[in-house]
Design a binder for this molecule. Sequence first.
Ligand SMILES: Cc1cc2nc3c(=O)[nH]c(=O)nc-3n(C[C@H](O)[C@H](O)[C@H](O)COP(=O)(O)OP(=O)(O)OC[C@H]3O[C@@H](n4cnc5c(N)ncnc54)[C@H](O)[C@@H]3O)c2cc1C
Length: 419
Amino acid sequence: MEKLRTYSGKNVNPEKARPYANHHQFLIIGGGTAGITTAAQLKKKLNKPDIAVIEPSDVHYYQPMWTFNGAGVFHKEKSKKLMKDIMPDDVAWIKDYVVAFHPEQNIVETECGAFYSYEYLVVAPGIQIDWDSIPGLAENIGTKGICSIYSYNQVDYVYECIKNMKKGRALFTQPNTKFKCGGAPQKIMYLSTDSWKNEGILNGIDVKFTSAGSVIFGVTEIAEALQPVIKRYGIDVKLLHNLKEIKADERIAVYDIMKDGKPADEVEIEYDMLHVTPPMSSPDFIKNSPLADSEGWVDVDKHSLQHKKYPNVFSLGDAGSTPNAKTGAAVRKQAPVVTGNLVSLHVKGKIDENLSYDGYGSCPLITGYNKLILAEFNYESKMTPSFPFNQAIERRSMYHMKRDWLPMIYWQGMLKGRA
Ligand SMILES: Cc1cc2nc3c(=O)[nH]c(=O)nc-3n(C[C@H](O)[C@H](O)[C@H](O)COP(=O)(O)OP(=O)(O)OC[C@H]3O[C@@H](n4cnc5c(N)ncnc54)[C@H](O)[C@@H]3O)c2cc1C
């Protein structure tokens, strides 16, 4: 295809761009959990739809497995597959990176300087990890006891840190931004402490959970269920502690102590191991686009997932403005709403009013190497259990569901438009 000069930001001239743009009926930005699930469901719901996915990466990750990878349960290779192998048949994969949106003209612009026009657009590029926003983090991650399960490249070092820790202090952080998988900062902490407990060394390790939040978990029943777990491992919970700097050579973490949403004081805590859940935000190219809300997320209605200004644009997954927990489990419930509405819009000219996303999110809180509390909840932080038993109890069966069944459901069900 002819490479076009990249037009600057919003000033693209549609008269110049449109004749060169490749056109697709359904254009999906992002080949992650949300993008592939959406493509697979559209294929099932329509007869030979014309779908293209713009995705720069050669690999697709099942990120929920990174918690297990960091804890040494599976090798990290098990969390990835080649993009070409999971892309649904007859869906065009455009290996490129979107840089700008021109929704008035129904056009997106890519890094290569190409333009793609669409009838319907689905925006699903995930969340951006802002490693640089904490001085000392980006340049030292993977060394000097600083680790994170929030990157495929870092999970091996998390396990190395857990194994190397024999005594001293281990800090686990949670940021003051929105971030994916609200339970992951705690899951890796419980797995670490369980490992040290099994080794008989936990008494010599001071474990602190330092969170910028004001509660341990946003759903009351689950927060209460976690208290005995915290007690069992002797974890010191420090709320309203927002990590703002790492002095890596001295092994010191610097925190703002938050009050009424603002820094009120500062404290330094020494550590031997520091597990960081980094700050995150909407991807920059979304923030700087006409699709963004005031916080930078794709501005969609929280029930229909349709863009508030551009009716032929939808968003789901971590990049959307919906105030749910950012999880793959949420995508599983959002995708049928998006694809159902797209089909209805296409066939009947309006979205299906019977379809409504209720904010479902799920957090399988791994509390040890064979224990799990399955938190499922909606926009109102009300429990929405899938099983006919009290899920706010640690269960071995739920641990096996998460470890052995969910990956299979993901690869074979969700990404194939079946679950
Ligand atoms: C450590 C960890 C543990 C987790 N645990 C759980 C769990 O237990 N349960 C659960 O449900 N969820 C969990 N999650 C969260 C889950 O993985 C995400 O919520 C889910 O992947 C979101 O899907 P998405 O499609 O929005 O984003 P992603 O799956 O991240 O995909 C985004 C895609 O967009 C592409 N992209 C980015 N920028 C552009 C661009 N400019 N142009 C085109 N493409 C672009 C990316 O390359 C990527 O392929 C966890 C995540 C992590 C990191």
